[in-house]
Design a protein around this ligand. Sequence first.
Ligand SMILES: *Cc1c(COP(=O)(O)O)cnc(C)c1O
Ligand SMILES: [Zn+2]
Length: 475
Amino acid sequence: MTTTAQSRQATSTDACYQRCLNIDCASTYDVSEVRTKCGVCGDLLDVVYDWSRIKTPSRLLDLESLWSKRHEPLRFSGVWRFHELLPFAPANRVITVGEGQTLLQQADFVSRYVGLRPGQLYLQYEGMNPSGSFKDNGMCAAFTHAHMVGAKRAACASTGNTSASLAMYCAVTQLMKAIIFIGSGKISYGKLSQALEYGALTVQIAGDFDDAMARVQEISKELGIYLVNSVNPFRLEGQKTVMFRVLEALRWEVPDWIVVPGGNLGNSSAFGKAFMELKELGLITRVPRLAVINAAGADTLDVLYNQRNLRWNRGRPRMETACWYYDELDKGKIKADTIASAIEINRPVNLKKCLRALDVCDGVVRKVSDQEILDAKAQVGAGGIGCEPASAASVAGAKLLRQQGVIGYEDRVVCILTGHQLKDPTATVAYHTTDQDTFEEVLGSRGVTRASYANRAIAVPNKVEDIIKAIQLYS
Ligand SMILES: *Cc1c(COP(=O)(O)O)cnc(C)c1O
Ligand SMILES: [Zn+2]
């Protein structure tokens, strides 16, 4: 771990470096430095490129042909395929397990539910990643950086998917030991089972995710363990590629809307940065609008953006607004609570970067209830794709924005499905159950009162004629 005393400032000849997000500080750090915040002012760090020193494609179309070079490790990956647009690591040092080979699916069945013209709704299914969530896009980038700087241990706090992803990279490559911090009782079995089976050292803290996040930052600093949460700026570099793949699938036409669930706000921040950079490089002429969707039970961004008018403000957001709000949460002993465990976060670490993304992409923020999330999830599933609860917040949010007339009937909309359906089967089964007690136990406490799109099993006696009668009746 590099200390401040040894730290090396980036020099003017560096093509890539880290820079403090605070424009009144703007301290720079070499790429080889391991830090998750500015040593001078404590703000977040950005990975910055001097594009004039980097060979970038002159047309986005040129990136498309790289698909065909799948025998090269660099192009086999759906992330490193776009190496020219995130060139912080030498091409021969990148680590991949084949992440990011995900697809944009036109979803006409779901478009009816959302209220869009058929053909206009697309679902970017990031559940197809090797560990089952979009987190692999960022993890391969952070993991590559960790390896570049010689890390032997890597840690994260997680609501589940980050830890599953980190544990997988450690297990496949055998390059590092994974140490994961989870809150108590807040992790789905699908995700926990991955971390355990991949052999991560799993530390369960008597607290919630926000507690786990605070502890992992203190402890990784103290012990010199590499931190891979999305405060790590290199992770966000990998997550930019979700947008590159969306554009590629649309034959490089920019859609009208990108809709994404908001938890720690790493994705929304990365997407904003992707579009900023593509615009700066002259590879696109306009950016899509961005909608970030909170769960109603974890709605910090919605409160700060819509009620307290917190804005990017040309790089000088009034972050004290957030501090005051966090004090209120503490005083009221208010904890995040939603069935969408992956976004059950009240202190989003990338808040400031997300404000920049919302500014760049003329963004909006909404919140949706657990009822709306589960109904939307059931419809995504009925359309044949399936996702975990947090992911469906994007579809529920798109529906809400359609109802409000913010998204138009003809608009072309891309919803990000962040995680795989099998990550959290408890919520799915509870929604479709015939057993009222199971429904109440899992969903009732969350204000979910009905399952309008439930597909319930039918109970029949163990007799051929009864079974046939039931099938005739229901099919
Ligand atoms: C991590 C995660 C999120 C939240 O993403 P952020 O980048 O933290 O906003 C949403 N959905 C799923 C499935 C996740 O794993
Ligand atoms: Zn700073």
